[in-house]
Write a new protein. Structure first.
Length: 125
């Protein structure tokens, strides 16, 4: 029962964080920044937020620096938007999963035309 409540609250925090991130005015938080995962502690005291960028890990690290500097503001905003017993403290962590996924997708797209050519050659025989 408790895990369902935590996962539902984590999704609420993720949704509100994405909205808050669009309104932050720190120049380090630019580009295609995305929240990959939100780990909320069982007692709502701490929240780890994994942030990724399409431009690569360096862009994600710069965004994490800006987000960690704005952690107090973000905590206050989350506290006013979501009714929780405790408002968690936030720790932002850089993650390169979006860039990694884009690389895998590009490799698969490169392989796909080769598979089509081989299939056409087999059909012609």
């Amino acid at each position: 029962m408790g895990t369902f409540r935590i996962s539902r609250t984590s999704e609420d925090v993720k949704r509100e964080l994405t909205h808050i991130m669009t309104h932050l005015k720190d120049p380090r938080i630019t580009g295609m920044i995305s929240i990959v995962k939100v780990d909320l502690a069982g007692d709502y005291s701490h929240c780890k937020v994994y942030v990724s960028s399409l431009e690569g890990i360096e862009s994600a690290r710069h965004a994490v620096e800006g987000l960690n500097n704005a952690a107090g503001f973000i905590r206050r905003e989350i506290g006013t938007r979501i009714q929780m017993r405790r408002t968690p403290s936030f720790q932002f962590i850089a993650d390169d999963s979006i860039a990694h996924s884009a690389d895998i997708s590009r490799i698969l797209q490169d392989i796909l035309p080769e598979d089509k050519k081989e299939k056409e050659d087999q059909d012609a025989d």
